[in-house]
Design a protein. Structure first.
Length: 136
């Protein structure tokens, strides 16, 4: 189940309107609808935490590790970082769709690729900021 579907299901289970959830979280009605209808992730972890608190669930229930990765990439590197992370997750999922990799192995692989992403980004940012190559 995707992020927006989880928010919608939890909100319906609580029997509250989108407006009520917006009021409880400090997010706009339009933002709540965007998450639910478009299955878009928040740009900030704080929005996830506000939604989770209002819905009386843990933030990790709303997010899987891949969604958390996309949000963190967006927080660290802006819209472009979030787009890159989302694309990476999609490519990896499609690469192994219908394969024989166990769920546990798939999760381990995704985490390893996410770690590689962070290392590559830090190295690239180091080059940009320092103006020289980073050598290990």
């Amino acid at each position: 189940m995707k992020f927006g579907e989880k928010v919608l299901a939890a909100r319906r289970e609580m029997r509250i309107s989108r407006q009520a959830l917006a009021d409880m979280t400090g997010l706009s009605l339009r933002t709540i609808a965007y998450y639910e209808l478009e299955n878009k992730l928040p740009k900030q972890r704080a929005s996830v935490e506000a939604l989770a608190k209002a819905l009386h669930i843990e933030p990790d229930v709303l997010l899987d590790e891949n969604a958390e990765f996309v949000i963190r990439a967006g927080e660290a590197y802006g819209k472009q970082g979030a787009r890159e992370a989302q694309k990476l997750v999609g490519q990896i999922r499609s690469l192994y769709a219908g394969g024989t990799l166990s769920e546990k192995d798939m999760d381990a692989m995704m985490l390893a690729i996410q770690d590689a992403y962070w290392i590559a980004k830090k190295k690239r940012m180091g080059k940009t900021e320092a103006g020289s190559d980073i050598h290990d």
